[in-house]
Design a binder for this molecule. Structure first.
Ligand code: ZN
Length: 136
């Protein structure tokens, strides 16, 4: 878990999280869906996918884009960190939408093991303020 964080840029992080949250098993996403959901042009999305592919986090097959096992692990770690900090911010009085957007700015930079310490410190909530599981 530890060695994986800080491996991607903010946009690559957004793409990984999108693939993790939107892909459903046998229904991987296509480039145009990623581009439209991220509000970016397809060539920009393609560059992000190429970078993620060269880092070993995604694979493409017949126009479908899927997380690799390593990419899946990284996205789970990022989401765990995200939801931990979101919970911490909300418990501290930060409004929910603000907590989410600010957690997104840091979640891919923080070490997973350190986030687990923060999680313990805030009494190990099982879900984030949106009701999503923190540990997957
Ligand atoms: Zn959030």
């Amino acid at each position: 878990m530890t060695e994986l964080t800080n491996a991607v840029s903010k946009r690559e992080r957004d793409c990984l999280v999108l693939l993790k949250e939107e892909s459903r098993g046998d229904f991987p996403m296509r480039l145009h869906e990623i581009a439209s959901t991220m509000h970016i042009k397809p060539p920009t999305a393609l560059n992000i996918i190429r970078r993620l592919k060269s880092k070993g986090f995604v694979e493409t097959q017949d126009g479908m884009i899927k997380l690799t096992d390593v990419g899946d692990r990284l996205s789970k770690t990022i989401l765990m960190v995200h939801r931990t900090f979101e919970s911490l911010f909300c418990q501290s009085g930060v409004p929910e939408s603000r907590a989410c957007s600010e957690a997104s700015e840091i979640d891919f930079l923080i070490n997973g093991e350190n986030a687990m310490k923060v999680l313990k410190r805030i009494d190990n909530p099982s879900s984030c303020p949106h009701g999503k599981p923190i540990r997957m």
